[in-house]
Design a protein around this ligand. Structure first.
Ligand SMILES: Nc1ncnc2c1ncn2[C@@H]1O[C@H](COP(=O)(O)OP(=O)(O)OP(=O)(O)O)[C@@H](O)[C@H]1O
Ligand SMILES: [Mg+2]
Length: 87
């Protein structure tokens, strides 16, 4: 399982845009992909909620997670056969 972290300070540098676009591209390439959203603003999660309601959208896991829980959640995703996690 690969882990890709997208990190800058808050303020609209494009983290959420890149994370969600890369996740969709990875899923289309056949990778079992998850987004873990560590931002309290949870914009990726809201995006995931809207996307889930679209008929054509394939399943893509988007979870909000607190940093202290990250090791446990990553282990769980690895065990579940996840190929790519985007933080
Ligand atoms: N490559 C780009 N070109 C033009 N606009 C972009 C690009 N990437 C992102 N944006 C726009 O910039 C704004 C901020 O992007 P985004 O929400 O992805 O940033 P962010 O780093 O997640 O922000 P925050 O720090 O608030 O979480 C959005 O309106 C988005 O559509
Ligand atoms: Mg963001």
């Amino acid at each position: 399982m690969k882990i890709l972290s997208i990190i800058t300070q808050k303020g609209g540098a494009g983290k959420t845009t890149i994370a969600t676009a890369l996740a969709v591209a990875a899923e289309k390439d056949g990778l079992n992909t998850a987004i873990l959203d560590l931002d309290d603003q949870a914009t990726s999660c809201f995006w995931g909620d809207i996307r889930q309601g679209l008929n054509h959208a394939p399943a893509l896991a988007v979870k909000d997670v607190k940093a202290i829980r990250l090791p446990h959640v990553l282990e769980a995703l690895k065990s579940a056969g996840c190929d790519l996690v985007i933080l």
